[in-house]
Unconditional design. Structure first.
Lengths: 344, 344
DNA sequence: TTGAAAGCGCTAACAT
DNA sequence: ATGTTAGCGCTTTCAA
């Protein structure tokens, strides 16, 4: 006798019949509306419990115009940085009863706008992580994505808070650290070309070069993963640099591993720095000097910004800028007097 | 004149008015129904484009009874294993136009059932990853979660495919490898108590002990992360074991790091094995001997099982068992003749 | 306090 | 080929 609804699942109507009331009353009870007679409310609750009734969120969403879900778009779910952001976001949102819908663009920047739009329509808001699309495109779609929170990217569009890590400052701190150890020939193992955070690092290095004209800074092609670092060994050795700034910790670890295989000693022969301070960084051999980014916290802040946008439809949301913290460990040391020995 | 709908967003009605047709016709056009006159269809498409109309997925979901979304419940999003499963699942599902809703239980097993139910109601199916709940509870809620795919856990409930990694066999392979190198005193650094995969490892070790009564296998308390391994150094050294089976690669890396700090040489003094073969495993110092699990593929298979369930409401879904592959690298070597030297 | 009825945005059966 | 109408499951006016 139960299960009369077309979908085969138990709906509000079933409970209403069982409790001998209208479905409107059931709705009131389920939503904690206290204008319902206690006796009737109890009867409804009993019926709901007996039928194991659980409101259908899709129906609710349509009626309420909200889904209690927010979407996140990431360029690559395999990247530890985005994993950490996702984690922080998910954790914080869960505490307020929100869920996360994920969209991985697999670094296909041409798909970003479509995926973002689709995700947005199923959610109450969207977090866009380090989007690879152009500034123009971002500015064009941003309004239709509101409420929108940007991570590691900014836009001129009003009402779009932006959480960015100051990669430029971080890389300068690392370079200064190396110079302080006596290194005069540095090399930067760059990240993905489309990555805005790579651009910020390049800006930081430009500033650094301006401040230290006597220091040589070579630019080396790169990427964002282990293999990038591992494959870069030859280029690094050929550059003659003694201080290597890797795009991130992953690249640095790959490089560390490659140098070890070649018998190049770190930090005696070459100093290496990473970026991000992923958990692994303190367990490498040697431990990795890096710039720590409070990345999980960033995900959490993204939710707080989002929540503010959702609650008071508008506001002067400022966004914020995160300063990386220099984390000196074992992979950096004084420059060698005789640099030529590195090549052997 | 546009935006008449109550939500402020552009709906099918706006397009209908603009194109001078009924909203049913607009729906037909948007869904590629070819019974519509080409001229009218063109007019509708023009109107939709001009208004930048995009169908509301919530309305669609309610009407169609499906959300094109599947949920995944994981005990801990920080765990690389679950990240990899999520990635594989997300990637595979995306190719069929499905999205992923995530629910992190933060290892709070008492919340699992509730979170799973909530996620399920918003989706067309659910993937439950290594649930920590009891067999009884799992069996009780499984029917209400259908279509359901289980990862690293099995249940008696019919119609629930299960993808499990044969951790028992994997740990036996690793132990055999160590014995083959002459080790006679082994130690197992256990994982989380509630983890089913830890249970499988223990079973495997029991089988191994039965086959090798002369080999000693000590059991050490543990966990699943770096710190666990790092903190276990004393216990490991005290055990006098020369072959250490760490619960997983993370634990092994923490241990490697701790041993290095103590000046204990790996593999000369002690051999260490991990489990999973996470990408980092080939970049540790020394590189890590481990049992490789095709974990991303597991996520992908989870989707294929799910898709089968969704398409043909029922079927004899078998599930599958994955055999880890022994990956011998630098962290294991011949046992020392003089074992007492380890303690120094 | 409760029920009847409208509406959220869409699809689909039915009627024309 | 197209419009009318009836849902999908829920919330929320509006009457009573």
């Amino acid at each position: 006798m139960v299960r009369k609804s077309a979908t085969g699942r138990i709906g509000i109507a079933d409970v209403a019949v069982k409790a001998g009331v209208s479905h409107a009353t059931v709705s009131r009870v389920m939503n904690g509306n206290f204008t319902v007679d206690p006796d009737i409310a109890a009867r409804v609750r009993a019926a709901a419990a007996e039928l194991k009734y659980q409101p259908n969120p899709v129906g609710r969403s349509l009626a309420l115009g909200k889904t209690d879900t927010i979407g996140i778009v990431v360029p690559d779910l395999a990247n530890p940085t985005f994993q950490a952001i996702l984690r922080g976001l998910s954790r914080a949102a869960a505490q307020d009863g929100y869920r996360i819908l994920i969209a991985d663009t697999f670094e296909v920047s041409s798909e970003e706008a479509i995926l973002a739009g689709e995700a947005r329509r199923r959610c109450d808001g969207l977090v866009l992580c380090a989007p690879r699309m152009s500034d123009a495109e971002l500015e064009e779609i941003a309004p239709s994505l509101h409420p929108l929170v940007l991570i590691n990217r900014t836009t001129a569009t009003a009402g779009v808070p932006s959480l960015v890590v100051d990669y430029g400052q971080g890389v300068q701190d690392l370079a200064e650290h190396l110079v302080g150890l006596g290194h005069t020939r540095l090399a930067f193992l760059a990240g993905p070309a489309r990555s805005a955070s790579n651009g910020l690092r390049l800006q930081g290095l430009a500033a650094f070069k301006a401040a230290h004209p006597q220091v040589e800074v070579r630019m080396l092609e790169g990427g964002s993963d282990f293999d990038t670092g591992h494959r870069a060994v030859d280029a690094v050795l050929d550059s003659g640099a003694t201080g290597i700034l890797a795009f991130n910790d992953l690249v640095a670890m790959g490089l560390l591993s490659g140098l070890h295989e070649r018998g190049v000693k770190v930090p005696e022969d070459i100093s290496v720095t990473g970026f991000d301070d992923i958990p692994f960084a303190r367990y490498t051999t040697p431990t990795l000097t890096t710039a720590a980014v409070p990345i999980t916290e960033l995900g959490q802040q993204a939710w707080h910004q989002m929540r503010a946008l959702i609650r008071k439809e508008s506001s002067d949301v400022p966004g914020s800028r995160y300063q990386p913290r220099l984390e000196v460990r074992g992979s950096t040391g004084p420059a060698r007097a005789a640099r030529s020995a590195v090549h052997g």
